[in-house]
Design a protein around this ligand. Sequence first.
Ligand SMILES: C[S@@+](CC[C@H](N)C(=O)[O-])C[C@H]1O[C@@H](n2cnc3c(N)ncnc32)[C@H](O)[C@@H]1O
Length: 346
Amino acid sequence: MSNLNLRKAQRVKDDEFYTMYRDIEKELAHYLPHFKGKSVYLNCDNPILSQFWAYFSTNFQKLELKELIATHYINQNPTLFDTKPIPKPNLYRQTPKGIKKEFLMDDGDFRSKECKDILEKSDIVVTNPPFSLFREYIAQLIKYDKKFLIIGNQNAISYKEIFPLLKENKVWLGHTYGRMMFHISNHNYRLSTKTQTFGNICWFTNLETNKRNESLPLFKLYNENDYPKYDNYDAINVDWVDEIPIDYDGYMGVPITFMQKHNPNQFEIIGQGQGNLYRELTSKGLSQKFVDDYYKTGGTGSIKEDHPVLGYYDKKGKAVIPYMRIIISKINQNGEIGRHARLKIL
Ligand SMILES: C[S@@+](CC[C@H](N)C(=O)[O-])C[C@H]1O[C@@H](n2cnc3c(N)ncnc32)[C@H](O)[C@@H]1O
């Protein structure tokens, strides 16, 4: 098998994780009113395996759905992982009259014209899409201006294609955040008894949910010792989301887990303290002095002058580069962002 085919095979294998019914039910419980009278499209779901289909089909009446459609991808280039002939049909449609099975002309790729036509007519998309195509998948949902609730990897939060959507409040995180267990398919189109747990799963959505309006309770008071300023950016470093100071109006760098607690009426997201989007935050990378100090105090990795990452000196004078920080600012009671409000007063 060529390298390309091997990579393709590996990609297919990496995507074959099936969501458990209990996890779907647990997350969906927060969005039930959204589904009344709506067409729901599961565009990466083979009803033989998909618990998304099982959930929506079983709860069709309770949710008062108008229509439920599931299409699934048939790999036209079978790999060593496909051992049985591919089953058809690959379009299932449920209406109040019952379930109809149909045949797609194409391979069921969510990017195919047929699937995009179905997408266009649907109201809400719910699924766990292939991890390997997550960027393209979400871009298509945004392009078609669809409501959605989909499973993804927490790493996707910092993707340059995804982070701006979170920053602009076009997408936010759902309720479940962290460990999730998945079924594995045995490629005979049955869920095997084997499972795989991932520790970094979350849901991405643009469906309103109460959680988004809950404010993060803040208790800690700002002091210079516990909240050092970055050496190369005018913001303080906050190591734990629970420790965001109640009385600091400037910019703050917080861990990525903040995204799970974000309420757009409480905070504004300013940018990313590392990675592809860093230069949009500031043109200033690490100074040569900081880099030298970092290595002198035991720092590892291949950091160079002007490296696009935030760094600070801790209480003991050690040069620290924290793991991915998101820069946020509080919104004050007049709806103004902290720092801007302060500038106005001065
Ligand atoms: C992570 S699995 C999840 C399956 C199902 N949605 C679930 O949650 O149980 C992603 C699924 O997308 C399918 N897939 C891969 N590429 C696809 C594509 N281009 N279009 C549609 N589905 C695709 C994979 O075969 C796989 O079954």
